[in-house]
Design a protein around this ligand. Structure first.
Ligand code: ACM
Ligand code: ZN
Length: 770
């Protein structure tokens, strides 16, 4: 009792001390260029008048004033040319576009900008300086105080974007609007909507009604992960989906424009087009004989179906679609995709081949250059600019196009810069929000590895080895939210927030001005605003990532939390960690067989999930693994993997045709059993190897085979996601070294319904020796 009381008192004190510290800064993101904080507050009340100079300012000020109506129970008034108003907007022609100055004293607020977007951002700054209750939907008993401060601010980049994939997961209009408002608070100015893919066509096109009658709907595979969803079968109904009517889209565009956000439409061609081709199959190459359906998931080979590049009707169709886009979207950019087009059919289609001959095109890749070039000519003739993914650099680059660098670190876009084109960076390895944002065991299932918020925050798009001209062609940065693993808008916002706040910092704040500790405070303020708006967001930043390494028969355990303002507390007796548990300060050296439980705490509040590591205990645990692959340390670290091969507990090899590792038990032991944990995840092409051999030795030179297992093709490609412990038992033998050799199957067979022809990969999490 006493211990608990004292411990509580101490953490309360620390909590208040932290808060006092926080009061001396403004907790704002993206971090403004220059901030001078004073003392005291300006209080907004029902007497407050906002003086504006013109109708545009009036509209911006009215939107700000409207924030107060419900939570404050009053609405500050807005008047053009009001005398003696406490709040005033003043045009300053010397400020750049989007820049603003803000002077808050106890008696007045002066806002300066050269045009509307600058004033809009000044209002967003005020909004984030107000109590978060300003976002609430009920009357709040609150003083509406803004700290005395002078701010000078302007963005680093003119293109500050989020891409939202509404094709994999249709996001209802109202939810898109809510996300747009949350983007606006972050001073982002571009929303790229990925409106079509194999999985759905999401925009009404008046001339082609089947695009939404057919293309917006797919068969519902319920909770199955994207990579495990079988294509639509004969007789099955397509019931899942939705689309935006043109009226809906006009509303989204106008709502975004009010918030100084440009909506860029993307219609992805020539691939990612099964939804459109399901509606109008005559636009595919005539060599395609299979029925084309909207895909519920990965689709096996179906994504290889492309618009036929030899068919004039395809270009007429796409120009008609573009015509309707031009009417709906005032954006200077029209995005036509261009990514991941596998030209299987183009290679054999007589129309495509004829086109290549007529146009003197040597490679099918050049045919895509031709295809995109024609769309570019059309879009340019209408006074707009074509945007596309970085595969456009694989052939003739469309004149004047803007390229999105996405593959890996996005460097393919530099090929476009070499040709004098502008580009935007949205590298998959850093800015794809589909990836895990925190320790994977606590996250909803998704693809690939981790793109943490810290990783996004630390991203510097301008690399030291760039040619100087690249920087001038870099328009900005984009976070890309692909929604394969989302079923609801809340699933999407969970992935987007808070990482989008880190992206905003990269996009807006000056180069080299980053301060993670300060960012965290600004983030908490922003998240408080999101919370009051009822937005779902992730708290993954409070979860703990473990790294466990074998070390002389023990286990070295490293614990990390993305938040640097927490304490990690742990127990070794199986109990839940609490505010009095041991504080983690440096890597622990633990005996095998122990259960470690840990979590992050702020004061007496547990902030994250409890991580439980039950370290196994067998003769291999903690022992070194000999072999060239550094990942093999995972095999004896005492920690089992989850069903996700990407969770950092699974070991795989670059060369899968044959892989070998040897466990050194560090002394001669009597052993009779070896068990190898082996993962299957069918949709991810994770399968057992073709065979496994176990050999033992006392001297690491002469080995004796004690087990061998050959897996049938049927056993290897059994569907599902499961861990199999492959067990080898033998008569008791003396051995110090245990050598395992795996031989891979090779490519997944043609009947593999998700990844035919792709390499089948094997993964092991742990070797147990008894
Ligand atoms: C992409 O991720 N395929 C652009
Ligand atoms: Zn064709």
């Amino acid at each position: 009792m006493n211990r608990l009381f004292l411990c509580g008192l101490l953490s309360t004190f620390i909590f208040f001390a932290d808060n006092l510290f926080a009061q001396h800064q403004i907790n704002m993101l993206p971090a403004p260029v220059q901030v001078e904080k004073g003392n005291g507050f300006f209080q907004i009340s029902e007497e407050t008048v906002i003086s504006v100079e013109n109708e545009e300012q009036e509209s911006l000020a009215a939107d700000f004033a409207d924030l107060f109506t419900v939570p404050a129970g009053f609405t500050p008034s807005v008047e053009i040319g009001a005398a003696n108003a406490a709040v005033s907007l003043i045009t300053d022609r010397d400020l750049k576009k989007e820049a603003y100055r803000l002077e808050v004293s106890e008696n007045s607020i002066r806002m300066y900008a050269s045009e509307g977007s600058g004033f809009f951002y000044a209002f967003q700054t005020l909004r984030l300086l107000l109590p978060s209750e300003i976002e609430g939907t009920a009357l709040a008993n609150q003083e509406w105080k803004i700290p005395v401060v002078n701010i000078k601010d302007e963005p680093r980049f003119g293109y500050r974007s989020m891409m939202l994939d509404v094709a994999r997961c249709f996001i209802p209009k109202e939810e898109v609007l809510r996300m747009v408002d949350c983007m606006a608070m972050l001073k982002l100015n571009t929303l790229h909507l990925h409106l079509s893919d194999d999985t759905g066509w999401r925009l009404e096109i008046k001339k082609y009604p089947r695009l939404t009658e057919v293309g917006a709907w797919r068969v519902d595979r319920g909770n199955l992960p994207f990579y495990a969803r079988l294509n639509q079968q004969e007789g099955e109904k397509a019931t899942l989906g939705g689309f935006y009517t043109q009226d809906d889209m006009a509303e989204i565009v106008a709502y975004a424009m009010d918030r100084r956000i440009t909506v860029i439409p993307e219609i992805d061609v020539p691939a990612h087009s099964c939804a459109a081709l399901a509606a109008y199959p005559e636009l595919a190459c005539p060599v395609v004989k299979d029925k084309i359906t909207v895909l519920p998931g990965l689709g096996g080979r179906n994504p290889e179906m492309l618009y036929c590049a030899g068919n004039e009707k395809v270009f007429a169709f796409l120009q008609d679609v573009i015509d309707e886009l031009l009417q709906l979207f005032p954006s200077p950019y029209i995005n036509m995709g261009g990514d991941e087009a596998t030209k299987t059919y183009w290679k054999v289609c007589p129309l495509c081949q004829k086109r290549m001959q007529e146009e003197y095109l040597k490679e099918v890749e050049d045919l895509q250059g031709y295809f995109m070039g024609r769309l570019n000519d059309y879009i340019r003739s209408k006074g707009r600019i074509l945007m596309g993914w970085d595969e456009l650099t694989n052939s003739q680059l469309p004149e004047g196009a803007v390229i999105l660098g996405w593959q890996g670190l996005g460097n393919a876009a530099l090929k476009a810069a070499d040709k004098g084109l502008d580009f935007v960076m949205t590298p998959a390895r850093i800015l794809y929000l589909i990836r895990y944002q925190g320790p994977q065991w606590f996250e909803p299932l998704t693809y690939f590895g981790n793109n943490t918020m810290r990783g996004v925050y630390d991203y510097e798009p301008v690399q030291a080895d760039w040619k100087p001209e690249y920087e001038k062609h870099l328009l900005g940065v984009q976070a890309s939210m692909w929604t394969e693993f989302c079923s609801t808008a809340a699933d999407v916002t969970y992935m987007v927030f808070p990482r989008l706040a880190a992206l905003a910092e990269v996009a807006w704040s000056p180069k080299g001005a980053k301060n993670w500790e300060h960012f965290q405070l600004g983030l908490d303020n922003y998240l408080a605003h999101l919370e009051k708006k009822g937005m779902v967001y992730a708290k993954s930043m409070y979860n703990i990532q473990h790294t466990v390494m074998p070390e002389n028969g023990k286990l070295r355990v490293k614990l990390e939390c993305e938040r640097t303002d927490v304490k990690i507390r742990y127990t070794l007796d199986g109990r839940e960690p609490d505010m009095c548990s041991l504080v983690y300060t440096e890597p622990l050296s633990l005996e095998k067989g122990i259960t470690l439980r840990c979590a992050s705490f702020v004061g007496d509040m547990r902030k994250g999930e409890i991580l439980t590591l039950s370290l196994s205990d067998n003769k291999a645990t903690g022992k070194p693994v000999l072999g060239a692959n550094p990942r093999t340390t995972l095999l004896t670290n005492g920690v089992r993997g989850s069903l996700r091969q990407s969770d950092f507990e699974w070991c795989t090899w670059d060369n899968l045709s044959s892989a070998t590792f040897t466990v050194d038990l560090q002394r001669v032991e009597s052993i009779h059993k070896v068990v190898l944990g082996c993962l299957t995840n069918y949709g991810m092409a994770v399968h057992k190897p073709k065979n496994l051999t176990v050999e033992i030795s006392e001297d690491n030179r002469r080995f004796t085979q004690v087990g061998q297992r050959e897996f049938s093709e049927e056993a290897i490609f059994r569907n599902g996601n499961y861990v199999e412990d492959v067990t080898f038992t033998f008569d008791k033998r003396k051995a110090r070294y245990v050598r395992v050799t795996a031989k891979g199957f090779g490519a997944c067979p043609a009947y593999h319904y998700m990844r035919p022809g792709q390499p089948a990969r094997y993964y092991f999490d742990e070797i147990q020796v008894e």
